[in-house]
Unconditional design. Structure first.
Length: 233
């Protein structure tokens, strides 16, 4: 991994825009993975193979403000259908205004619905803009495919683990939504105490019904505490 990673510690907003940080990480991922993806896809092009990587979409390592969001959702990889295709790479203005850009007023309707449904209980409590600045979703495998391949071992894997590890110093709440065993290949993440395990990894809803009341209220408490410290309360 490059020693000049844009996530080398918590980045204050005045030091680097979120779009600049995200674009830097995307470039590093692309540099690491492009040859791997070419070879990987050669064996997966027939009959719409579910693990075929849609390199044309580019990497999507995270959504939301990874530097400051009090809740980090750890996911597997982005989808590749028409729900996310149009807004896979947000413009700078949207990213700065709505870090979790799918909740913004001008977001792709299908993507907004997808995220809105999964964060509905939080949006009802805090409002969409506050949730957009309080939740960040990080992908273990930052490339889109119809179905996640748990056996894939791409060069940027360690970078994604370290990207999360660097945020642990500020004590966010981790919600491991999918691929717990793979995320826990990182000893720092596995041993981190302030985390919740999603007991139903096939369901990505951040809700009391999916996480359970105790865990969901922990998410609520983390967001509420964060909002008391910012102008978005």
């Amino acid at each position: 991994m490059s020693s000049a990673s844009p996530f080398d510690g918590v980045q204050p907003r005045e030091e680097a825009s979120l779009s600049l940080v995200r674009n830097g990480l995307c470039k590093e991922i692309d540099d690491l993975d492009n040859r791997f993806i070419t070879e990987y896809n050669k064996r997966r092009q027939k009959d719409g193979h579910p693990h075929f990587i849609h390199y044309d979409l580019g990497p999507c390592p995270f959504e939301g403000d990874l530097r400051s969001a009090p809740v980090l959702l750890l996911l597997a990889n982005p989808c590749s259908n028409d729900v996310c295709r149009d807004d896979h790479c947000p413009n700078d203005a949207l990213l700065e205004s709505w870090p979790l850009w799918a909740l913004g007023a001008n977001a792709n309707i299908k993507l907004k619905k997808w995220w809105g449904n999964r964060l509905r209980e939080l949006i009802n409590r805090f409002g969409a803009r506050a949730v957009s600045r309080s939740i960040a979703a990080i992908q273990l495998f930052p490339w889109a495919s119809s179905k996640f391949d748990p056996t894939v071992s791409n060069p940027s894997r360690e970078l994604m683990l370290q990207t999360v590890e660097r945020q642990l110093i500020r004590r966010p709440l981790l919600v491991v939504m999918r691929s717990r065993k793979l995320w826990h290949k990182s000893a720092a993440i596995a041993e981190y105490e302030n985390q919740i395990q999603n007991g139903n990894p096939l369901c990505s809803y951040v809700s009391s019904g999916n996480l359970g009341t105790v865990h969901f209220e922990a998410v609520v408490a983390a967001i509420a505490k964060h909002l008391t410290k910012t102008r978005f309360a």
